[in-house]
Design a protein around this ligand. Structure first.
Ligand code: M6R
Length: 593
């Protein structure tokens, strides 16, 4: 996820305004920044680093011209470096492009363009775009047509902003599956990934749909489809405050990020071919050891159940902070998989150092260029985009997606692969239950005792994750337990002030979990059950029921059943007047041991 902006101003230099606008998009990414303006020629400044750091170093706003484009980057292809920062240009420096999205077929396009003589200077997928536009303008077509021809070659998602010395009066935007809006001010015009970028300048907004192009000129804004027909769009007045707009109208980043999960999974699934390449590089191994902390540890635990079920390879899971005390049996036959969204967690990095000396290491990471990605022998990226809320939500779901993809690539399990592709749609349907979950949350807000979260097998990590979400953002104690283990002690705590959240998808563990529910219900517990729509037995045991399509079996349940638990914690937190984005005593990235 990156942020892009473009503008045409009446009587002010564009660069300072563009910088102010991309600052409002920093929540979409923050590893590099760049601006291009056009006056007599193109002027570009860009570098790796946070916006303020780069501005201080380069005086990035010191560029001439009333028109320009800008970018704030969250690296996907290529490390965060100056070369990879946007804008990217063609060979003759006449076309500058900023891009948000992923070009899936960039490798093929790049080698073809290189064969034709184009010279590339970055490792990004984006750079193919200015070269494609160059190729078509060299054939004699105008800029708009060249952009249209270029995007017909591209597979993937994009929101683009383009300026060129060939037609210096225009800033052109185009989108497919990545957001792009148009801001219409008084004699000044904007395009941006999101409303907060432009809200200081105008609250009049047009929304572009997929495969639509917008042309900003001094005289106004024209929107066209890819057949070059002019479209008339409805103008919207934005009533949000700038703060609300940054969260796209959601009250908190956490809720916004919960809602982004369908897209985040979809983007992560696009990594399949990269994962296949990575798997080919593994040396032979006889055992797997997952290492992680917190939520990433719960993803690892799902990995253990999955790898032992599908591969039959002995798999253990170790908390990163405990790894140095239990790593003596590591050897060259072990594949150590470290999971960390930030790639900077001190405990995990320490474990990685130890593991690197004895074993093969693979890191599953969300932040490109983070320390874990540099230190590990192999890397797989999750594509959640930046996560601002302290509570991990979309990064957890994408970690699970990567683990499942890895397992399918290792086993060539086509059935599981097909099931995985359905997850984004399932998540959308689950989110439709939001009001129902909010109602449930209201009923349990004043629980003075602890909640129990129980599940067996694949549902045990989901129970642990549900309990962690509750603890960290509601300050109510949540105890995640293997359902069969309750009778070995904690059953003594159950009474009618203890809600028990039971996770019981269809599958091998279902019937025994139902028996455990009966045990706690007999002791007065209030049951919130999660299970299949068809499961009348489970429904009859529950005081509150959260239902899923019965197509989601036990094995696939971790990636979907956790979503209502995130919402449950979120709404209890709201009812209790807590800011879920900033829970007390916690940090997003824990860089101390
Ligand atoms: O960045 P990491 O995945 O290494 O972070 C590990 C934990 O600190 C993290 O998962 C933490 O438990 C979550 N923020 C809790 O929601």
């Amino acid at each position: 996820m990156c942020g892009i902006v473009g503008c045409i101003l009446k009587d002010k230099d564009a660069a300072p305004i563009l910088l102010e606008c991309v600052k409002k998009l920093e929540y979409r990414g923050y590893d590099s920044v760049g601006i291009a303006t056009s006056s007599r020629g193109l002027s570009i400044k860009k570098d790796q680093g946070k916006i303020d750091e780069v501005d201080e170093k380069l005086q990035i706003t010191d560029l001439p011209g009333l028109k320009g484009i800008a970018h704030v980057r969250w690296a996907t292809h290529g490390l965060p470096t100056r070369e990879n920062a946007h804008p990217h240009t063609d060979c003759k420096n006449r076309i500058a492009v900023v891009h948000n999205g992923i070009i899936e077929n960039y490798k093929e396009l790049r080698s073809k363009l290189e064969e034709e003589g184009h010279r590339f200077t970055s490792n990004t997928d984006t750079e193919v775009i200015p070269h494609l536009i160059e190729k078509y303008t060299d054939n004699g077509v105008g800029l708009e047509e060249a952009i249209r021809q270029a995007i017909q070659q591209i597979k993937g998602s994009y929101a683009l902003a383009v300026i060129s010395t060939l037609e210096p009066d225009k800033v052109i935007g185009v989108r497919k599956e990545s957001p792009l809006i148009v801001g219409v001010g008084e004699d000044e015009y904007f395009i941006a990934s999101d409303v907060p970028a432009i809200l200081q300048h105008t609250n009049q907004v047009l929304y572009l749909d997929d495969n639509e192009m917008v042309i900003l000129e001094d005289t106004g804004v024209t929107i066209k489809n890819l057949d070059n027909e002019v479209l008339i769009k409805e103008m919207h007045t934005i009533e949000w405050s700038p703060d609300m707009a940054e969260k796209q109208g959601f009250e908190h980043f956490m809720l916004k990020e919960i809602h982004e999960q369908s897209v985040a999974v979809k983007n992560t699934l696009m990594e399949e071919s990269e994962i296949k390449e990575t798997v080919k590089k593994f040396r032979h191994f006889q055992r797997i050891c997952f290492v992680a902390c917190g939520t990433s540890f719960h993803a690892s635990l799902v990995g253990k159940y999955l790898f032992e079920t599908l591969l039959g390879t002995p798999t253990e899971v170790v908390l990163a902070s405990e790894f140095e005390y239990s790593s003596n049996s590591l050897d060259e036959n072990t594949l150590v998989i470290l999971i960390t969204q930030s790639g900077e967690t001190a405990d995990t990095l320490k474990a990685l150092k130890i593991a690197n000396k004895k074993s093969q290491t693979l890191a599953i990471v969300n932040v490109v260029g983070s320390t874990a990605t540099r230190d590990a022998q192999h890397v797989i990226y999750t594509r959640a985009g930046p996560e601002i809320g302290v509570a991990a939500t979309k990064t957890y779901i994408t970690q699970l997606t990567s683990i499942y993809l890895l397992a399918t690539c290792m086993t060539e399990n086509e059935e599981l692969n097909q099931q995985l592709k359905k997850i984004p749609e399932y998540i959308k349907t689950i989110l439709e239950m939001e009001d129902h979950i909010r109602e449930i949350a209201r009923r349990y807000t004043n629980t003075s005792n602890a909640f129990f979260f129980i599940g067996r097998g694949f549902s045990y990590p989901t129970a642990l994750e549900g309990a962690l979400k509750l603890k960290e953002i509601t300050y109510i104690h949540g105890e995640g337990y293997a359902a069969g283990e309750l009778k070995h002690g904690p059953l003594a705590l159950i009474d009618d002030d203890v809600p028990v959240v039971a996770i019981a998808p269809p599958g091998k563990s279902h019937d025994k979990t139902v028996s455990n529910i009966e045990e706690v219900k007999a002791r007065g517990a209030q049951i919130i059950a999660l299970g299949s729509r068809e499961d009348d037995v489970l429904k009859s045991e529950a005081h509150d029921y959260i239902e899923f399509t019965d197509e989601i079996n036990e094995i696939m349940s971790p990636i979907t059943y956790v979503v209502p638990l995130q919402l449950l914690a979120y709404y209890i937190s709201i009812e209790r007047g807590i800011d879920p984005d900033k829970p007390k005593n916690l940090a997003k990235c824990v860089t101390v041991e």
